[in-house]
Design a protein around this ligand. Structure first.
Ligand SMILES: NC(=O)c1ccc[n+]([C@@H]2O[C@H](COP(=O)([O-])OP(=O)(O)OC[C@H]3O[C@@H](n4cnc5c(N)ncnc54)[C@H](O)[C@@H]3O)[C@@H](O)[C@H]2O)c1
Length: 385
């Protein structure tokens, strides 16, 4: 059981200088100095009392830029909000990522050594590994591989996320996988279960897909049959540029597509056939992180008569994502303290591709499961005293 005196969260962020990661560092600094700008936007404020609400960010990145330069490059958070915090931000402990030309095991050793050092520097905080690495092509590992076989494999045979997750598990640290990358291999999940370490993933459900699940759940609840759904989103950040590579986009597109049939409980296109559900992502540089999404939803009601709805979302990718990452870190830290390890399907609310047995799919079921999980954790923590 982790140390009971830990009263804040240490977010160990893989990809800490990215659009979401750098926004997180500003949010953590502002949470301490101007909590009114952050606290109201977290869904876990006031929850998990003993865990405290402070957040310290540390982590890794391959980028040679300093954090404040990264913030300027991403252009997500106006400098008027973080200019006064530049000193704090330059003090964030960000470390170089391990090199690619070695085995996964060597990468794990490198990252685990960093995790141990960071924990020693922050004994007051409950550590959580938060994976914010770029979307990557799938791994080339045998799904049945043992942990030892995975560690002996060349690092290039898996997305870099896997080494971070394995290092976290080795150090007893829970993992949040916000990326579409599939790292919950059976051997990884078994190790997390055996050690009582929570794993939550995958692919944060931040904007368009969040509202898609809400709307699909609402249509389903009223027996309004969806004949077709066209989703387009344009974004101009590094994530958008990366997703122009079909190999990197494949996982994300599949996650955004599959959940509709799962929520509705039938295959969209019964009336018009294949092509009735489309999901497109397009890189459009002028928008930067301020993405725009369109959904056209064709559905039918009584007598099979057709109706249609349009949704136009103008959202900010990292502004939607960063508070979710902070909430998720608090959920898994609380679950860890309550001794609830392995994949946590109760956190399906936060993900496009929720992992774990019988993960709920509708908005209502996901929210109910999350609330029940909160009550379960509270009970377990009360018993632990
Ligand atoms: N923004 C959203 O709403 C949203 C929603 C769901 C999922 N996601 C996912 O979250 C992830 C992060 O998104 P983002 O917009 O911050 O991406 P980003 O490209 O801005 O940031 C990724 C960061 O990871 C760093 N990096 C690359 N390889 C690394 C390695 N081996 N070790 C350490 N750092 C490394 C990069 O230098 C970069 O700073 C992506 O996978 C994205 O698909 C984002």
């Amino acid at each position: 059981m982790p140390d009971a005196v830990q009263r804040s969260i240490l977010m160990l962020v893989a990809g800490a200088k990215g659009a979401i990661g750098s926004t997180l560092s500003v949010a953590a600094a502002l949470l301490a100095r101007r909590p009114e700008l952050v606290r109201p936007y977290l869904t876990t404020s006031g929850r998990f009392g003993d865990l405290g609400e402070g957040v310290t960010v540390a982590g890794w990145d391959v980028s040679p830029h300093c954090l404040t330069s990264s913030l300027r490059v991403h252009g997500v958070v106006p400098e008027t909000l973080w200019g006064d915090l530049a000193h704090d931000l330059e003090g964030v402990d960000l470390r170089p990522a391990p090199g690619p030309g070695v085995t996964l095991g060597r990468q794990v050793e490198h990252i685990a050594a960093d995790i141990r050092a960071l924990r020693e520097d922050h004994p007051e905080a409950a550590p959580v590994l938060v994976d914010l690495l770029p979307s990557a092509p799938g791994h080339r590992l045998d799904p049945g591989a043992t942990l030892d076989e995975i560690l002996a494999a060349p690092a290039a045979s898996a997305p870099p996320d896997l080494a971070y997750a394995l290092a976290a598990l080795r150090c007893g640290v829970p993992v949040v996988n916000f990326t579409p990358n599939a790292i919950a291999l059976p051997a990884v999940v078994a190790a997390a279960e055996a050690a009582g370490i929570p794993l939550a993933g995958r692919d944060g459900k931040t904007g368009q897909t969040y509202f898609k699940v809400v709307l699909a759940s609402a249509l389903k609840a009223r027996q309004l049959y969806v004949d077709g759904w066209y989703s387009l989103n344009i974004l101009g950040n590094a994530d958008g540029a990366n997703l122009m590579d079909p190999a990197c986009a494949a996982g994300k597109l599949a996650n955004k597509t599959q959940l509709l049939d799962e929520v509705l409980g039938y295959r969209v296109g019964e009336r018009y056939g294949q092509g009735s559900h489309k999901v497109h992502i397009d890189y459009y540089p002028p928008r930067g992180d301020a993405k725009e999404a369109w959904d056209v939803i064709d559905f039918q009601g009584l007598f099979g008569l057709p109706m249609s709805m349009r949704v136009n979302l103008q959202g900010r990718d990292s502004i939607l994502a960063a508070p979710m990452a902070m909430d998720l870190a608090r959920w898994v830290a609380a679950a860890r303290r309550a001794g609830l390890g392995g994949l946590r399907p109760e956190l399906a609310f936060f993900f496009k591709k929720p992992e774990g047995p019988q993960a709920p799919v509708s908005f209502q079921a996901q929210l109910a499961r999350l609330e029940a999980f909160g009550a379960h954790i509270d009970e377990a923590l009360a018993v632990c005293g």
